[in-house]
Design a protein. Structure first.
Lengths: 228, 228
DNA sequence: CAGTCAAAAATTTGATCATATTCTGCTCAC
DNA sequence: GTGAGCAGAATATGATCAAATTTTTGACTG
């Protein structure tokens, strides 16, 4: 019942397997990011340890990291849950995302060449396919991939990391949005962004990302208002 | 050699002691925040466990959280160190701090009353004493206290938390600044801020904090440039 | 007699530690 | 200079204890 050994794969391919706590972290992280965790859901250490076939210590470390990321919420007593967004939190997220992500787009526009625009266009094309097919998980993953690929070009690792963490906070709520509205009228200012990038237009890129952020957050706000 | 029991103190005072991993986290956190940890210094799990008289599991959790906070750096292999700031990192910190902390000041100005301005003035007075006496630890603690007290009034917990985390990244370098320049020409736009708050001037408060941030970061930048 | 609320037992879960195992980097011989 | 071995440190497990939640049980009231 042991996981893969840590040195090398049997086929000779030197797959450098990550430590268990890192695997657990990545696993939970993507579940939260892509809406597989429902807001308000309880997260138990022992439950996860059993489910993932890992010990308690690595699971514990992964959960601490995610709490620090804001992806999980520690509820005074010893209970950990997936946080529920409210309007106030969402409004703050909009502000921070606008500040950081528009700057990241601006800086990325400064550095990228045509070959990167092509690569980003490919992701966007796949994204359009996912949308037209109503493929929600595919949409969420590709949209994340699109934005993070862009931000990675900004040569601003701290800001990019910061942005990355922010996405964890609204991941669980995105699922709810898609469950209600489907994939049809999802925000997509990606075309604007791609032309701005191709033209080397920094401000245009910043504006496009800002619009994308605002529209996405408004979708979530709409659902939140219905709930309350 | 055991820490306090978790239930109640022997004197009957119901001191609700925090879990060990939380104590270790707070301890390490303030050490980093107030410059007791040198940039580049190695952090070992067993070393801390021995030094603090705690087990390895709680220490491990505390370290993971601090890594997630950006207060510690995980170096690919299994090494953890106190990160060293470079110019690029500092420039990003300036941008993010300006965005978030100025907005926090703006929002705080919207909510605070005279009694809060008084309280803040008291902290600032103590801060001036610390500066004039060359009390570096006192300065660092009071300056932190001043800013966080303000941000706590903004009714924007996510943004305040975000700002709090950012301070961890330049804490270790502040010590170096004070070691080199002393406490004499440290930035202090606090008087401007206090008058803006008293007048209910949101923009004035935002500008004052922005200036304070810029000046503080310039001090660090000056030291960094000497080093390289 | 039935329904409700409260107290207590049982189960679940979290916190911590001691210990075994694995990995990294270094040293020393060749 | 290179490779084997060694020391130390990190990773990971399972056991143990404590706390909290849930369930069960029982008494009291309408």
């Amino acid at each position: 019942m042991k996981l893969v050994k840590n040195t090398a794969d049997q086929a000779g391919v030197p797959i450098r397997s990550l430590p268990v706590h890192e695997q657990v972290y990545q696993d939970l992280r993507s579940r939260i990011l892509f809406g597989e965790a429902a807001p308000g859901q309880a997260v138990t250490i022992q439950g996860l340890a059993d489910a993932l076939g890992a010990g308690m210590t690595p699971v514990r470390e992964a959960i601490r990291r995610l709490i620090s990321d804001g992806a999980l919420l520690f509820q005074g007593n010893r209970r950990v849950i997936v946080p529920t967004l409210d309007i106030a939190a969402l409004e703050q997220l909009v502000f921070i995302r606008k500040s950081i992500e528009s700057e990241l787009a601006r800086r990325a526009a400064r550095h990228v060449g045509p070959e990167f625009v092509d690569r980003l266009s490919e992701i966007d094309a796949a994204l359009d396919v996912a949308i037209s097919q109503g493929d929600v998980p595919g949409y969420l993953r590709l949209n994340y991939q699109f934005h993070m690929a862009l931000y990675a070009q900004a040569k601003a690792s701290i800001m990019a990391e910061q942005a990355d963490r922010l996405w964890l906070r609204f991941g669980p709520s995105l699922r709810v949005v898609c469950g209600r509205f489907g994939t049809q009228n999802l925000p997509d200012r990606h075309k604007d962004l791609l032309s701005a990038l191709a033209a080397g237009d920094e401000e245009g890129a910043a504006v496009a990302v800002t619009q994308d952020v605002i529209q996405g957050m408004e979708q979530i706000a709409a659902v939140l208002e219905i709930r309350e």
